[in-house]
Design a protein around this ligand. Sequence first.
Ligand code: OGA
Ligand code: MN
Length: 202
Amino acid sequence: MDLSRDGFAPVAVALAAQGWCVADGLLTVAQTDALGKECAAQHLRGALRMAATGSSHSAGVLRGDVTQWFDTLAPTVAQAVFVARIDALMRSLNRALMLTMVESESHYAVYAIGTGYVPHMDRLRDSDERVVSAVFYLNDRWLDAEGGALRLHLGGDAAHDIFPIAGTLALFMSSDILHEVLPATRTRMSIACWMRQRPRHC
Ligand code: OGA
Ligand code: MN
């Protein structure tokens, strides 16, 4: 699926039919490259931190990434380009699927070599705000043999692996799809993004 050629309509069709999809063409190669360089530079200066978790486990047991939220009020140029496209996709999904998403939140994530994220769901137990999860990858020339796939668990023994190649966008319904990040032999960079609706006090 190429969003630059086909538009956003096929995403809605796939999310409705199977709850997930993989797309290219969200951004140009140059725009993707700018995000990758910015993420690497922020990581180098120590701006990414271990994520907090609501659970009693320490985050490090569950996930090996460090993260930095985009500043929604003062995004960088590269971030603003990404958010504009994601928000256009969000509005398109609202119309096609009769959803009521109102905003997105995004963070850079860097996984150290050998780390991953255990199987989990993205909709937090105490909140129904996250509706669609989007993960955009920033790694040039990633080889399958380097590991680091996002593994979607699709019921029974079925699974689908998505490799974190620069420009690839993975999309899935936050409340439906169990998923994990497999360890890699190389540092792994991405943007994790959630399209959110207003809380409905579940
Ligand atoms: C997450 C997540 C997937 C990935 O941050 O919740 O599942 O491929 N990330 O980085
Ligand atoms: Mn997740």
